[in-house]
Design a protein around this ligand. Structure first.
Ligand code: ME8
Length: 661
């Protein structure tokens, strides 16, 4: 039987910089939907990639003295590494520098030109290079880019223009006739208003730089980067190169994009397709933005979150779960370390981890890990079984509507009900009475069946964990479309039969000891203040010392100690770091230079206490960003075991810059 095709895409990201948690958010959503659609029996084509041309990239490469291709090759490799680490199951990764893409862009530019929808004229207007967007004077906000708020540049050049205005009425009608085309509805209304103000013809070529796809009939020009980038979706679907694939996967089911680029996808892109005589995508979904502690992420604020570091610390599934559970798809959402740790502890370690652990533990203790012959369900089982029967349908409906958050809540409601069922049925009492053994088996069977269901339903969100749960349950590790279908018959077709063997319980998500942000920040910069040193008190950087110490002894050589550049420094200014309890920002004089240090001592020293003190500084410690402040060095301090007392190491009678040996 032919499977129904399903095509989902993410934006192709700019390799102007490494990706941050916002990009990981979008790609994780797309991955969860792609995985769900595969489970739902569809033939899925899940596309992501990189948008490599344009002025922004050319400038970035020049800044570091590299050719654009050298520059992007390196960054694109980091994208691919990130997607692998995050468990992203994309079927293709398109780079706009690939030959297959050049050919398509040039062919469609030529076709649209030949039919008279692209014409040459002079362009004079504003350009935002970070957004790669043209603006009219009247569209600017206080003379700046209305999208990103950054300065714009005046552009005056000969350009090719695309007759967008000609298609305005057709596009408006399409949007009005297809309420599902732009979602959520708030974005749809914005787009309708935008089009009603009148569409200008779009400048689709540039001449003042050359990092782009040449216009085939006029080599002085390169194709405008958005015209180039949007075309990626049909290139990858096989347009011109693989008609069979294209017929199967086009039109795309959904272009998932951030809310700031819905305009490009629901106005420029459909008009390009109309000009080509190609069907429009079925849906453009504009997801919300991820902010950090309520603030937009930006390099200048120093609050950009690197997903690679988070995955290394917490694991890919924990990050995926947080992003998918915490934020409603169409709305903006907040990322905070505290909220992440809370979610891991409550939902993953407590609710899911405990259900699995308790059930498998009881299977081992009462049944030696082997399922017995269970008696028929009783009324005491009804609440759990009724909920379990209803859950797959509700889950499917929500996932089809891209309500990921709602679907996850459904699963966790079932998990919560199953944990309660253990408390209600008290299997430990049943286990004491041999006459109750078939009843005990029923309770255990219900729990195993529910866990088996959960292992299928969570696969799109936490795929590695799904496999680990299934391994412990004694089920095949990979989840298939048949497994999801079988859930519809829950209660009649069981995954667990008498004689089934379950494995040993292993914790799937260890609880994370909650630390406040200040504590985490302090550990990064000042391990001596956060944790009392166990070796020599004057050696606070515990992480580097064991690496050079002879194994097992904990001792270091005098040469190791000599690596530390310890110096006296005089504090010249001090203030509290805003919105923190424990951090002070200090300016210290080293005799030869002034440094800024962020130190976790605010509970023990006021800013006034600090000014004028001569402290000891590790001067050759790598700088670290703490709360957006670059801290260059670390003060020495000693503290007691429960950290209730802390004392700075000082050298009151010495000038700044003396070496400590
Ligand atoms: O715009 N929160 O690429 P880009 C959530 N190359 N999502 C975020 C985010 C945040 N804080 N920051 C970025 C481009 N994103 C073009 C796209 S498509 C033909 C060309 C996500 O690298 C979000 O999906 O600036 C946003 O639309 C996308 O990254 C922009 O990535």
């Amino acid at each position: 039987m032919n499977k129904t095709p399903y095509f989902i895409s993410t934006p192709i990201y700019y390799p102007s910089d490494r990706l941050h948690i916002g990009h990981a958010y979008c790609t994780t959503i797309a991955d969860a939907i792609a995985r769900f659609q595969r489970l739902a029996g569809k033939d899925v084509f899940f596309l992501t990639g990189s948008d490599e041309h344009g002025q922004k990239i050319q400038r970035k490469a020049a800044e570091v003295g590299q050719s654009p291709i050298q520059y992007v090759d390196h960054i694109v490799a980091s994208f691919q590494m990130l997607w692998e680490k995050l468990g992203i199951s994309n079927d293709d990764f398109i780079r706009t520098t690939e030959k297959r893409h050049h050919e398509v862009v040039q062919a469609i530019f030529q076709k649209i030109y030949d039919q008279g929808d692209i014409y040459k004229a002079a362009y004079e207007g504003w350009y935002c290079t970070p957004c790669e967007t043209f603006w009219l004077e009247r569209q600017l906000t206080d003379g700046k880019c209305p999208d990103c708020g950054r300065p714009v540049e005046m552009v005056q050049e000969e350009s090719y223009f695309f007759r967008m205005s000609k298609y305005q009425d057709r596009l408006l009608k399409h949007i009005e006739d297809h309420p599902e085309f732009i979602q959520p509805v708030s974005r749809r209304n914005e787009m309708i208003n935008f089009i009603k103000q009148g569409l200008e013809d779009l400048c689709v070529s540039r001449t003042t730089f050359d990092w782009g796809i040449p216009v085939p009939f006029d080599r002085k020009h390169v194709v405008y980067v958005w015209f180039d980038a949007l075309t990626n979706y049909i290139t990858a679907a096989g347009y011109l190169h693989d008609p069979e694939k294209f017929a199967k996967f086009w039109p795309a089911d959904v272009h998932l994009v951030g809310k700031e680029i819905v305009r490009f996808h629901s106005i420029i892109w459909p008009i390009i397709l109309m000009a080509l005589g190609v069907e429009l995508p079925k849906k453009v979904y504009g997801h919300g933005w991820l902010v950090v502690e309520g603030d937009k992420m930006s390099k200048s604020k120093g609050n950009v979150i690197d997903p690679v570091l988070l995955i290394d610390e917490f694991g890919a599934d924990a990050i995926r779960y947080f992003l998918l559970r915490e934020i409603n798809l169409g709305q903006d959402g907040n990322f905070s370390r505290d909220a992440l740790i809370k979610r891991i502890n409550s939902d993953l370690a407590n609710d899911l981890g405990n259900l699995l652990h308790r059930t498998l533990n009881m299977m081992q203790r009462y049944n030696g890990g082997v399922m017995g012959q269970a008696e028929a369900p009783t009324t005491a089982d009804e609440p759990l079984l009724t909920l379990a029967k209803a859950t797959p349908f509700r889950y499917r409906t929500m996932m089809e509507n891209m309500d990921i958050n709602g679907a996850i809540k459904e699963i966790w409601q079932l998990i919560g009900r199953a944990n309660k069922y253990i408390d209600e049925t008290e299997p430990w009492k049943l286990a004491k009475d041999p006459a109750q053994s078939a009843r005990l088996d029923r309770v255990l069977l219900n729990l195993l069946e529910v866990l088996s269901m959960v292992s299928v339903l969570v696969e799109p969100f936490i795929p590695t964990t799904s496999g680990r749960i299934r391994g412990q349950l004694g089920l095949p590790l990979a989840v298939t479309a048949e497994d999801l279908t079988a859930l519809d018959g829950f209660g009649t077709v069981g995954a667990i039969q008498p004689g089934h063997r379950t494995g040993k319980p292993e914790p799937i998500f260890p609880r994370i000891e909650e630390k406040t942000e200040d504590e985490a920040a302090m550990e990064k910069v000042e391990p001596a203040a956060a944790k009392p040193a166990t070796a020599a008190p004057a050696v606070p950087e515990q992480k580097t010392i064991p690496a050079v110490a002879p194994e097992g002894t904990g001792e270091i050589s005098i040469d190791d100690f000599a690596k530390l550049d310890l110096r006296t420094a005089i504090v010249t200014a001090a203030e509290k770091v805003e919105k923190t309890e424990k951090l002070l920002k200090l300016t210290v004089d080293l005799g030869t230079e002034q440094r800024t240090i962020v130190s976790g001592i605010a509970q023990f020293y006021t800013p006034e206490d600090m000014v004028g003190r001569t402290v000891i500084l590790i001067a050759n410690l790598k700088p670290a960003k703490i709360r957006g402040i670059e801290s260059h060095g670390m003060l020495l301090a000693a503290s007691n075991a429960d950290k209730s007392a802390l004392s700075l190491i000082t050298a009151p009678n010495l000038p700044a810059g003396c070496k400590v040996k």
